[in-house]
Structure formats: C-alpha cells, structure tokens
Design a binder for this molecule. Structure first.
Ligand code: UD2
Ligand code: MN
Length: 648
C-alpha cells in the first residue's frame, strides 16, 4: 500500500515536472517570438505610419508573399492566371468577378502618400532608399515631370540585380519609377488660353475605367494619384480598376489596402485574363456615370486634363474625345510635351495605328490654335465617350481577344455611324510607351489574337477595302486570316445603317495611301536599267532605296504616287535629305516628301530623281538623261478630289 502510494506521488511530481518543462518551453518560445517581432517592428517602425498599417495587414497573410519561382513554374504549366488567382485566395461570385465598394468620404479628405512612402516587400525590386540616398541625390526625383536617372554602374550588386530584374519584367525602368514614387507634381504644360477656355461647371460626370495586367506598383498608383490631384472631384463618379488576371501578388491585397484611401476607387477582378476588350467591357458594367473615360494603367493626368474631354460631349453625344498623349519616357520618366498635336491614322496593309502630323486640310479647317483637332483614328487607350454612344455602337467587339485592333474598330465605327473623334489640345495625359508588351509572357497567343482582331475589323467594317489587309502574322511571320464568327457584328452595322467604308476613306482619311491605289502605281522602272526596279530594300528609316532585280512581289517594289505627292512603298515615304534620297515614315507636314511626276521625270523642288553608278537614287539637276526617266505600271487619272471633313 505504502509503496503504491509513493509510486503515485512520484508520478504526480513527474507530471508537475513535465508541466513545468512545458511552461518553460512555452515562455522561451513567446520570448523568442517577441524578440523576433520587436526586431521586425523596429524595421517597420521606421516607416511612415500609413505604410505600417497595411504592411502589417498583408504580412499576416501568407498567400500574399511572393513564392520564389512560382511564376516560372506556373508559366511552364501554362496556367499562370489560375494559379495567381487561387494563390491570392480571392473569393469570386458566379460571374467570376469580385467588386469591392469603398467608403463614402470626400476624396479630398483622403489620406495622401508622400514620395518614398512605399510598401517594402512583397513589392518586388523595391529600391533600398538608404543605399540610394548615399549614392545619389534622390530628393525631388522626377518632380514636375522632369527626367530622373541614375548611373546604374554605381549601384551595389544586389541593387543592380533589382534594377535589371525590374526592367526585364516591366519593359521600362521600374527601378527609377520606384524612386520617383507614387505621387509627383506635374507642370501645367497647356498652351496659353487653355485654363480660361474650359470650366468644370455644368459638365457631365464620368466613370474612369483602368484595366491592368501585371502593372508596376509605382506607375499604377501614380496614375490614380494624378487623377485624384488634377481632377475636380465632382466630375468623377467612380474609378474602376479592372485587374485582368494579374499574377503579381502585390496587385492583390496590398492594392486593395492602398486604394481604401480613395473612396471612389473600386477594384473589379477578373477570374482569369480576359483580354483588354472584354476587361474594359467588364469594367463598363460597373459604371454609372453618363460619360465613360478609358485610361491605360501607366498614364499620368495633367492639371485640367478632364474638362476639355467632357466639354464637347455635353452638347454632342456622338463626339468622342481623346487627349494629347504625351510620352512618358520609359527610362527616365520625363514627360515630353509634343508641340504639334498629331492625328491618328491606320496604316495599310498592316491595319496598325499610326501617328501623322495634321493633314493640310485639317490645319486649314481649324481657325485658331485652341480649336480641337479631328482625327481619323485614335490610339485607343485614352478616350471619353458618352454612355449613350458607346451603347449605340455596341461597345467593344466581344470576339476580339487580348490586345490590338479594337482601337481601329472603335475609330471606324465612330465616324461611319455618325460621330467623330476629336483631340482637344488642352487635354494632356502622359503614357509610358514600353519597349515591348511586358504581359505578353502571360498572354500566350497574343500575336495571333491581334491578327485575328484585325481580320474581324476588316470583315465587319471595311467592305471591299478588306483586300488591303491580307492577314498577318504570328511571331514567326507566318500569315493567316481568321476572323471567326462575325455575324453578330455585321448585323449590328446593318441595324445602325452606318456609312460605307469608301465614305470613310474618301472623307475622313483621304490622305493615307492605299497600296496599289495611287495616281500612279506599280513597279517604278528606270529607262537606263532594264529588268531592274526601284526597291525600298527595307523599312528602316534613313536607309537608301536602290535599283534591284524586279521580283513582281509588290511590297518594297510597289510604289504609289499619292494625291499629296508622296511616293510610298511598304508604308514608307521617299524623302530628300542632304542631297540624297532616303526612307522615312510618311508625314504630311514634310515638304521633302512631296514629288511631281511629269514627262517621265520625278521632280523634287527643282532637281530630278536620278540613278547613280552604285544603283542608288540621288537628286541631280534635271537634264532629261535616261537615268532620270521613270515609268510606272499604272496610271489612275481621277479621284478623291473632295475633302469634306469640315462639313461634318
Ligand atoms: C495601344 C493603346 C491601348 C490599346 C492598344 C491596342 C494607347 C496609349 N494605348 O497600346 O490602350 O488600345 O493600343 O489594343 O492608346 N491590358 C489588359 N489585358 C490584356 C492586355 C492589356 O487589361 O490582356 C491592359 C494593359 O495593362 C494596359 C492596357 O490594357 O493598361 C493597354 O495595353 P498596353 O499598354 O500594352 O497597350 P499599348 O499602350 O501598347
Ligand atoms: Mn499602354
């Protein structure tokens, strides 16, 4: 009995001992954890307050951490979008989207973030500001839209690695953009008279739609800040950010958290990448204002940008406005304010959008410098349109995928169905022109999609003129033409009784050369050289055209003399410069592009196009010798004589 009771006492003591041991381990664990947290808090403690809040927020959530190599693995499996969305754990409704509504405060009371106030990890490639401050003067970086650059060779290896990685992932110098931060002041670069000309009183409200896929943190946030800082609040009903299936973690919860300071911002998330046309339509479904304004996700809005876009729409719902797009340099983030306002055209046979100077008739039509510039097409990312006209035109073609073509489709139908495109010269918005489309990696098939989009627009809107587009290309240059089912879009056009494409060409864009449709066209042969044809050789600017064996394949040997007197092949113009003849982008403002063809001589100013001994063409005094005598295959004495844009 005694022995058994002492046995139990021993067990009891042993239990106490175990409990004590457990307690000690627990206390040790808590102390280590506290020490760990203290160290981390110390780091966070040095950050501005606002940042600490959401750093804490997302650091708690494992799914917002960047899993090294995850993107690469996902790419291998070809389903980046799904992985991304799942990894973020975003809950979605049946339609595949989630909408976050914000509070109701006045936006101007919203908290602001100062330069350098910037979330650390998990934003990838965040510069180490302490290192940077020691090496460079980074105060006021990029202020007033001025350029900011650093000598990357001075960066220590770990910073240089970030610098390079950031560039590769974003097709722009994200590292420098990060130094500039998410907010900067922009100069008022409008021409004189703009500030007085527009008022925000009585204008309709707009909803702003910004679609993005894997956009850099600093460029996306800088855009939203620039809208906030440079727009009268009563003109903006809401800003809809459409996340089109981004795979970068910081565009999840951290972005949600950041945007809570802007009560008018809503974030709509697509379950998977929809392509920009469908993503914009998705955003559109959440808008409520009478005017819709689209912006790319790497823009910056200048003071007074919105009023001129809305003003014409207040009285004419069929006018679509697009701002002057200033170039934000992808390397130093300077914003250059191009002096002359350009117009948009479509190039043949590529159907690509192109910039040109204002054609002579448009210059004549505009009575003063502040008058809006009418434009045959628009770049497509930045424009305001009334809800009424957008709906009437059937919005974006839902059959178009990923990228490309939608801007030209929209432009054609705006004009052909009774409206017009205008650029108010007082509205200025900057846009980063990337070295390539950085999201193409996660949008497989984007080249093919863009070509198919062009085929759709040719099939639906271009009537017989679709012969000028013969399809284009995948990444290897292989051509194809696959518009898919366009029956619904054709019905739409019929229902709206829009004008024929010939009307558009003759009235809206008569200056653009259609290949093989010039006053003179075909091969350009010289009497001194049999079996040889003038050949552009390449489309590279400043290359010299030369005589080459005739191949009958068109393209670089298919020359058109246009109504404006340009000699065009392969979408490029023959240009006189430094006594020689070169290839340049066509530009109606340039006198050196204008030629006269008479008595077999091709004259430019008072000299004649002549073949020299190296088979290149040069300008020489006109003597009538055989090497100055040219013949074309076809002559079309006619035609687009009426340029009626001013009557519309
Ligand atoms: C121009 C337009 C762009 C669009 C395009 C033709 C300007 C300045 N930009 O090319 O808006 O009209 O021509 O299609 O006028 N995006 C998505 N999902 C995608 C692909 C892109 O949401 O699958 C977003 C992207 O993040 C960006 C916008 O759509 O905000 C336009 O793409 P971009 O910037 O690559 O096009 P860009 O400027 O080369
Ligand atoms: Mn863009």
């Amino acid at each position: 009995m005694t022995s058994s009771s002492s046995f139990f006492t021993m067990i009891k003591r042993r239990r106490n001992f175990d409990l004590l041991l457990l307690l000690a381990v627990f206390v040790w664990g808590v102390m280590t954890w506290s020490l760990f947290c203290w160290v981390h808090n110390g780091r966070r403690g040095s950050l501005p307050r606002i940042r600490r809040n959401y750093v804490a927020d997302y650091m708690l959530k494992d799914e917002y951490r960047i899993a090294p190599g995850r993107e690469a693995r996902a790419k291998q499996r070809g389903n980046v979008e799904n992985i991304a969305v799942n990894a973020r754990g975003i809950s979605l409704d049946n339609t595949g989207v989630r909408v976050k509504k914000r509070g109701k405060e006045d936006p101007h009371n919203a908290s602001v973030v100062l330069r350098g106030d910037w979330p650390p990890n998990p934003i990838p490639n965040e510069p180490d500001f302490d290192v940077l401050r020691r090496l460079f003067s980074i105060a006021n970086a990029g202020d007033k839209g001025e350029k900011f650059s650093i000598d990357k060779d001075k960066l220590p290896p770990e910073e240089l690695k970030k610098y390079r990685d950031a560039y590769r992932k974003n097709a722009m110098n994200e590292y420098v953009s990060n130094i500039i931060g998410v907010r900067r002041k922009l100069k008022d670069t409008r021409v004189t008279g703009c500030a007085e000309r527009y008022s925000s009183a009585g204008l309709p409200q707009t909803s702003i739609i910004i679609c993005f896929v894997n956009e850099a943190w600093s460029t996306l946030l800088r855009l939203v800040h620039s809208i906030h800082d440079n727009t009268p609040p009563h003109l903006v009903k809401e800003v809809i950010l459409v996340d089109d299936g981004s795979s970068w973690d910081f565009l999840g919860k951290p972005l949600d958290a950041y945007m809570t300071r802007f009560p008018k911002v809503q974030i709509v998330r697509a379950r998977r990448g929809l392509g920009l046309m469908v993503a914009r339509t998705l955003g559109y479904n959440y808008t409520t204002a009478p005017v819709i304004t689209f912006l790319d996700s790497h823009c910056e809005c200048f003071p007074g940008w919105l009023e001129p876009l809305l003003t014409p729409l207040a009285t004419n719902p069929k006018v679509v406005t697009t701002p002057c797009i200033d170039v934000i340099n992808k390397d130093d983030f300077s914003i250059s304010n191009g002096q002359e306002v350009m117009v948009g055209v479509v190039e043949f046979p590529s159907l690509q959008f192109g910039w040109r100077s204002q054609p002579p008739r448009e210059k004549k039509r505009r009575k003063n410098n502040l008058e809006h510039v009418r434009s045959p097409t628009m770049a497509g990312g930045l424009f305001s349109i009334t809800r009424e006209y957008f709906d009437y035109l059937g919005g974006f073609d839902p059959g178009m995928k990923i990228w490309g073509g939608e801007n030209i489709e929209m432009s054609f139908k705006i004009w052909m169905c009774g409206g017009r495109i205008e650029t108010p010269i007082c509205s200025r918005v900057g846009h980063v022109f990337h070295s390539h489309n950085s999201y193409m990696g996660i949008r497989q098939g984007s080249y093919i999609a863009s070509a198919a989009n062009n085929a759709r627009l040719a099939e639906v809107w271009m009537d017989d003129y679709k012969k000028y587009y013969q399809g284009c290309c995948d990444m290897t240059g292989r051509k194809f033409y696959s518009p898919g089912d366009v029956s619904e879009r054709r019905k739409l056009r019929e229902r709206l009784a829009c004008k024929p494409f010939s009307w558009y060409i003759e009235n809206v864009m008569p200056e653009v050369a259609l290949p093989g449709d010039g006053l003179y066209s075909g091969e350009l042969r010289n009497e001194a050289f049999h079996n040889m044809c003038l050949d552009m050789m390449t489309t590279k600017e400043w290359n010299q055209p030369a005589m080459y064996g005739c191949h009958g394949q068109g393209k670089a040997q298919l020359f058109d003399l246009t109504d404006l007197g340009e000699i065009v092949a392969n979408n490029r113009c023959l240009t006189r410069a430094h006594g020689g003849v070169y290839i340049q982008k066509c530009n109606w403002a340039t006198k050196e592009h204008v030629w006269e063809y008479k008595d077999k001589l091709i004259k430019g100013h008072s000299n004649c196009l002549t073949v020299n001994s190296t088979l290149h063409v040069v300008m020489e005094k006109c003597s009538g010798k055989t090497s100055q005598k040219w013949t074309w295959n076809y002559h079309r004495p006619r035609r687009k004589t009426v340029l009626r844009i001013e009557e519309m």
